[in-house]
Design a binder for this molecule. Structure first.
Ligand code: SAM
Length: 343
């Protein structure tokens, strides 16, 4: 049985190592796009392994229970007829009644006369006994359409959203750019808070290491936290007039020497070697309030020896923190995001 795995294209090697650890006999059937691999690996065994220990680099996985060969020259309606028939035969009998569902279609062939939205609507219309829930589905009908060699196919599968590792098609969680947005980095923190299910204490105190230009500080302020923003680079002027922001124009190393008060949350998005950043975070652990003090940080990974650098950074952090979650999120480039709790 086949599965489709999605990851950051630059981290396919590390994602594949995670797949092989979860399912040692798996093989790659082909690539539907950069970072999207069709595997000979049973979805159920990948899902079971990752329920016990979630992967870092595999962003999304879905089953490919049914393959449909599609004509390369068909018009949109002809393609939809074939997809509806395949869904009715192979997917609908296993759909759980009353459990919220969504259809998530990804099209990797550029020249098709239809869009993901058309397929989503056409298949959702077939379901009469379960409610459609696009944002927080419990079960997902996944459809991937692409070419292997020159053959155009669609792969359909049904699974629980939790087993797919993300509620979003391919793990691609997009956010609308809010008015007042300071940097694209904000999306990283918004995604981490959502994926890790973090509830921030309103009126709590946060320390933002590597804060400039101030996107994460803005997000934390929006959530009602008071923020100490530390960075030798300039903070966005809009934050300087906010009395809930205390700006320390220093390196994190220098601020550590003068910092004394405790924080509910430390965030760290410093552009720095992952191991150095991990060591600094260990030194900062004493400033986290027990027992619930939490940290969210990115670890920047180099182009070579990324696996070894990551292993070393995680082992440094483990001396002071419990590593609650470690994920390469959709908005992470050459980095991963961690949620930490003080030991
Ligand atoms: C990716 S940016 C942070 C973006 C920020 N999270 C935002 O949302 O706007 C990385 C920042 O790390 C800062 N940085 C690098 N080394 C640092 C250090 N030793 N101490 C404090 N900040 C540092 C840089 O000045 C830079 O502003």
């Amino acid at each position: 049985m086949r599965s489709i795995v999605t990851c950051n294209p630059d981290f396919e090697d590390l994602a594949l190592s995670e797949v092989r650890r979860a399912s040692p006999l798996c093989s790659v059937c082909g690539k539907l796009a950069a970072g999207v691999l069709l595997l000979n690996a049973p979805f159920e065994s990948l899902a079971a392994a990752w329920r016990a220990q979630p992967p870092i680099f595999v962003r999304h996985v879905c089953p490919a229970h049914k393959e449909v060969l599609l004509p390369s020259t068909g018009d949109a309606e002809r393609l939809l007829v074939l997809l509806r028939a395949a869904c009715a035969e192979a997917i609908l009998p296993s759909l759980k009644p009353a459990e919220p569902f969504s259809v998530q279609t990804r099209i990797f062939a550029g020249d098709l006369p239809l869009k993901s939205f058309d397929v989503n609507c056409a298949l959702a219309e077939l379901v009469t006994d379960a409610p459609l829930a696009i944002r927080q589905p419990r079960q997902v009908i996944s459809v991937a359409i692409g070419r292997l060699n020159t053959t155009l196919s669609a792969w359909l599968g049904l699974s629980s959203a939790a087993d797919n590792l993300s509620d979003w098609a391919g793990g691609a969680r997009r956010f609308a750019r809010e008015q007042g947005c300071i940097s694209r980095s904000e999306f990283k923190l918004l995604e981490a808070l959502e994926v890790f299910g973090v509830a921030l204490p309103p009126r709590g105190c946060a320390l933002d290491l590597g804060a400039a230009p101030g996107g994460w500080t803005r997000v934390l302020r929006e959530r009602g936290m008071y923020v100490t923003a530390v960075d030798p680079a300039a903070l966005d002027p809009r934050l300087l007039s906010d009395s809930g922001v205390r700006y320390r124009r220093l390196t994190a190393e220098s601020y550590l020497r003068i910092a004394s008060e405790p924080f509910d949350l430390i965030v760290n998005d410093m552009r720095m070697d992952a191991r150095d950043s991990a060591r600094l975070m260990c030194a900062y652990a004493r400033l986290l309030k027990p027992p619930d003090g939490m940290a969210i940080m990115t670890l920047k990974l180099p182009e070579t020896k990324r696996g070894a650098v990551l292993k070393s950074a995680l082992s440094i952090l483990a001396s002071s923190y419990q590593i609650v979650r470690a994920r390469q999120l959709f908005h992470n480039r050459s980095e991963i995001t961690l949620q930490l709790r003080r030991r």
